[in-house]
Design a protein around this ligand. Sequence first.
Ligand code: QAP
Ligand code: CO
Length: 168
Amino acid sequence: MAKLEILEFPDPRLREVAKPVATVTDSVRTLVDDMLETMYARPGIGLAATQVNVHQRVVVIDISEDQSEPLILINPTFEVLDHQLHEYDEGCLSIPGFYETVSRPRQIRLKALDYQGESYALEAEGLLAVCIQHELDHLEGKLFVDYISPLKRNRIRTKLEKAHRQRA
Ligand code: QAP
Ligand code: CO
């Protein structure tokens, strides 16, 4: 397994739209393994392939307390079951140190392929529903800061750009 580098806002590569996985091969499974290692190391609860500069429709999620319930989402899609909006303070491994309140539909039904390439479906609400919607946004080149005011977004951009310059 290998830890991967995570792109940070406002890197333009976070805006790419990911392509469907044609077949779940061993190389896709290696990507999944590396993404889980990368997410668990930070630690995080969700990571999309876009964030590690791989523009394929692959996401990993684990909202358990003890990193014991990895959920693999390949070519995921969802439909909204309950349109009532639910607010959550979201963060992102690509926007480290910043959290903002975002409203999203409360309940969804996910369809995806698993590690073996088998299709599955699940209904989600609460944190899992938030996380799935947040990660699927990444595959479309969208970030949670797109839902907040331009003023707040620009403040975050300026602070992260400064941090990146100091790191370089
Ligand atoms: C997306 O986010 C998410 O700022 C996953 O310094 C977040 O794993 C979905 C993280 C909240 C639903 C609710 C963020 C780690 C991890 C940071 C994450 C940080 C270190 C974020
Ligand atoms: Co994110």
